[in-house]
Design a binder for this molecule. Structure first.
Ligand SMILES: [Zn+2]
Length: 485
């Protein structure tokens, strides 16, 4: 079995993956804030860590991987919008639920279309604020932090006291001044240290949703939700924590501070929250930062509505290594479309193996196991495609298996290019092969070897090439070909 290696942001190194419990690999990915339609930048971690989820299931068994991705449904922008739409008949907390139900449903439609498996758990923050039915909730984590001397209540707020944790900043590795600037910390009279961050804040019952707590009616800060939900669903220390590069600081640094200090003993915090920290790179659009003001903001929905299939969007996202910045361009989408059109055309002549994905070829798994080395994996797939185009059934089966493991459903892929375009774009080696086969067939026909002539015609037909026999201007037999539709 290929040994999995992952680049760990904690150590800035690629390391062999050693699971805490090989019977239950646990992974947490920071999920979307369900305020608005998800944009293609949000789609990147969802897609790349879906491939990691699939790879882990392949390596350790589908029943031995637990994947949690949270839904942030309490957030000041959501609160404001919910207040604007509030009918005053039910609570504001119910109003944010109603608002985010719709956005969440849309998010699911979008990521399903991109071929992503649903995580094992998709906890919603509002279900884990103060909820005795959960194994752990945010209020209980905050209470532990206060008891351990890492947090304090002041004026309806509860703050994490950063100097109380030795080793704060180990993930971000930034100088303190930089961290203060990066966290855009508010100056507030109740803060003991400028770096201290909010775990709990008071809500105005007239305009803001909230929950009752030992510190009054209020709502949680953002960072605490991931510590509570990962602790509840995956345990105090788990294997992999992932998310976008922009989350390293302050979000992930603060998650580590909360989880290590809450779950460790007083004065003796746990050394780790998760053993491997993975971060995907930034996304740009046509070489520019994506922003509403630049007019290049793209939601997943818009890209799909433009006629790009989920498979094309998925391949476009995957073909850049997850840690590299990605430039989202029309050209890149078109290239992915061409690759999938070609593969679909080749594979149309072979029945899909029933167990696709379960026995993915070793050289493909070896490539992915090397910190999801997608360019090596795609090179292996192009090799299988060449073999399949030459009629190799085993290579066709392997290509099916690779696509299946990447979550790309080729069987439903609709070729966009019409036959003519495809004929123009056809691979020169394949064209040479067709020409040679036609010459051999003409020779067989001249020798009245009809069986051989038919065999060659059928062989070409099995590869999607249709022959037409005719005569040229001088009355000589000629054969032309076209791609079968
Ligand atoms: Zn998080």
């Amino acid at each position: 079995m290929a040994k999995l290696h992952l680049h760990n942001t904690l150590t800035r190194k690629k390391e062999p993956f050693e699971p805490i419990d090989a019977k239950n690999i646990r992974m947490y990915v920071c999920g979307p804030t369900v305020y608005d339609f998800a944009h293609i930048g949000n789609a990147r971690p969802v897609i790349v860590f879906d491939v990691l989820f699939r790879l882990l299931r392949h390596l350790y068994g589908a029943d031995h991987v637990t994947y949690a991705r949270n839904i942030t449904d309490v957030d000041d922008k959501i609160n404001k919008r919910a207040f604007e739409r509030w009918d005053h008949k039910s609570s504001l907390t119910k109003a944010i639920r109603d608002l985010t139900d719709g956005t969440l449903e849309q998010f699911h439609k979008d990521v399903d279309a991109l071929g992503c498996l649903r995580p094992t758990h998709e906890p919603r923050a509002t279900d884990f604020v103060s909820n005795g039915e959960q194994p752990l909730d945010m209020v209980r984590v905050i209470e532990k932090l206060i008891a351990n001397g890492n947090a304090y209540a002041a004026e309806g707020h509860v703050l994490f006291n950063v100097p109380s944790m030795e080793g704060y900043g180990a993930l971000a590795r930034r100088p303190k001044d930089d961290m203060i600037a990066g966290a855009r910390v508010e100056v507030a009279p109740y803060k003991r240290d400028p770096m201290d961050f909010v775990l709990w804040k008071p809500s105005d019952p007239a305009t803001e949703p909230g929950w009752d707590s030992p510190w009054g009616y209020g709502r949680p800060g953002w960072h605490i939700e991931c510590s509570a939900m990962s602790g509840a669903l995956l345990g105090e220390v788990f294997d992999i924590h992932a998310g976008g590069l922009d989350l390293i600081f302050p979000h992930h640094e603060n998650e580590i501070a909360q989880s290590c200090c809450a779950f460790g003993k007083p004065g003796q915090p746990n050394p780790l929250m998760a053993r491997y920290w993975l971060h995907n790179g930034f996304l740009q659009v046509e070489g520019q930062k994506m922003s509403k003001s630049l007019g290049n903001f793209r939601t997943i929905r818009e890209v799909l509505n433009d006629g790009w299939s989920g498979e094309v969007v998925r391949l476009t996202m995957l073909k850049t290594h997850y840690r590299q910045p990605i430039d989202w361009t029309l050209k890149s989408l078109e290239e992915s479309q061409n690759v999938l059109d070609n593969w679909a055309t080749i594979l149309r002549n072979f029945a899909e193996p029933e167990v696709a994905g379960e026995k993915a070829p070793a050289e493909f798994i070896d490539a992915l196991a090397d910190d999801l080395n997608i360019s090596s994996a795609l090179a292996v797939m192009h090799g299988f495609a060449r073999g399949a185009r030459g009629g190799d059934r085993a290579d066709a089966a392997k290509l099916f298996d690779c696509l299946s493991l990447l979550g790309i459903d080729i069987s439903t892929h609709q070729a966009k290019a019409d036959a003519l375009d495809f004929q123009e774009a056809i691979d020169p080696a394949f064209e040479q092969y067709i020409t040679a086969a036609i010459e051999a067939r003409l020779a067989a026909r001249a020798a009245k070897n009809w069986a051989e002539s038919d065999r060659i015609r059928d062989e070409l037909a099995s590869k999607g090439i249709q022959l037409k026999d005719g005569k040229d201007a001088n009355g000589n037999a000629i054969t032309t070909w076209e791609v079968k539709r």
